[in-house]
Write a protein of this length. Structure first.
Length: 83
């Protein structure tokens, strides 16, 4: 086994992180978002400058509020059109 095999390859980890089909984010121990991958940004619609260094619980709360509003709008549409 070579010396290189004993050490993590940062480039390989970065390639896996960025090309994952799963949304991934890295946080500090205090919940501050340090990094997100492309899939995370595509799924949740955030840009780096909107989400980096924000608290994860704040972002999740905003996401849940948006889901609740969308559900309420859809419910009202269904009621209005008797769907």
């Amino acid at each position: 086994m070579s010396h290189r095999d004993n050490n993590p390859d940062p480039e390989l980890y970065e390639l896996i992180f960025e090309n994952s089909v799963n949304a991934i984010l890295l946080t500090s121990p205090k919940g501050e978002i340090l990094k997100t991958n492309t899939c995370f940004k595509e799924i949740f619609g955030y840009l780096d400058d909107e989400i980096l260094h924000k608290k994860l619980n704040t972002i999740l709360l905003l996401f849940l509020i948006c889901i609740r509003l969308i559900n309420r709008i859809l419910y009202n549409i269904c009621i209005k059109f008797s769907l």
